[in-house]
Design a protein around this ligand. Structure first.
Ligand code: GDP
Ligand code: MG
Length: 177
C-alpha cells in the first residue's frame, strides 16, 4: 500500500530535519533547500506501507502559478504534516492558515477525521519558546487535527510518533488501506 504525505510550514521550522530524521534516524544540522519526495516503508498491522514524503519548501509567492502548485501539492497528498517552531509565532499562524487552505481545497466531509498532524518542533529550545503548548492543543482541538510537540534534534521517538499518528489518522479517514 502507498500513501502520499506532504510536509508543510514556513522556512527553517525543521521540515527537512523531521523528514531526514524519520528516514535515517539521524539529525545532521544543516539541510539546504533541495526539494524532494522520499519513500519510506514500514509495517502496519502486518502489511507493508510505503509513504511517499514530499519535503516541500514554503513560498510566499502569491502568483496564480504558485498558488496552483500549492493546490496540486494538497491534492496529491493523502496526509499532511504541518510544522511550526515553538520559538516562532509567525510559523504557528501559518500552520493555522494552512489548515484552512487544505480543508477548503480537499473538501473533507464533516464526519471525516482530517488526516492532518500539527507539529510544534524545536521543543529542546524551551528557553526561547514563544508559542505555548496549550495554544497548539487548542488549535488541534478546534480544527480536529492531531498535535505533537517534538524535537527533531533530540528525540527520534517523538518524530516517529508524528508519522505513526498520521498513518492512524489516514486509516480512520479510510483514505488508505
Ligand atoms: P526547513 O526549512 O523547515 O526544512 O528547516 P530545516 O530542517 O532546514 O531546519 C532549519 C534549522 O533549524 C536548521 O539549522 C536545523 O538544524 C534547525 N533545527 C531543526 N529542527 C530542530 C530542533 O528540533 N531543535 C533545534 N534546536 N534545531 C532544529
Ligand atoms: Mg527544508
Amino acid at each position: 500500500m502507498d500513501a502520499n504525505i506532504v510536509v508543510m510550514g514556513t522556512e527553517s521550522v525543521g521540515k527537512s530535519a523531521l523528514t531526514v530524521r524519520l528516514l535515517t534516524r539521524r539529525f545532521i544540522g544543516e539541510y539546504g533547500d533541495i526539494e524532494s519526495i522520499y519513500s519510506h516503508s514500514f509495517m502496519v498491522d502486518g502489511r507493508e506501507l510505503t509513504l511517499n514524503i514530499w519535503d516541500s519548501p514554503y513560498t510566499e509567492d502569491l502568483s496564480v502559478e504558485a498558488s496552483l502548485l500549492e493546490k496540486k501539492k494538497v491534492q496529491w497528498a493523502d496526509g499532511y504534516v504541518l510544522v511550526y517552531s515553538i520559538c516562532d509565532r509567525a510559523s504557528f499562524n501559518t500552520v493555522s492558515r494552512l489548515i484552512q487552505f487544505i480543508k477548503s481545497t480537499k473538501d473533507y466531509l464533516s464526519t471525516d477525521k482530517t488526516p492532518i498532524v500539527i507539529v510544534g518542533n524545536k521543543r529542546d529550545l524551551h528557553h526561547r519558546r514563544t508559542v505555548l503548548s496549550e495554544e497548539g492543543w487548542m488549535l488541534a482541538l478546534k480544527t480536529d487535527c492531531h498535535f505533537y510537540e517534538v524535537s527533531a534534534a533530540e528525540n527520534y521517538h517523538s518524530v516517529l510518533m508524528v508519522f505513526h499518528g498520521l498513518v492512524d489518522r489516514m486509516k480512520d479517514a479510510k483514505l488508505t488501506m
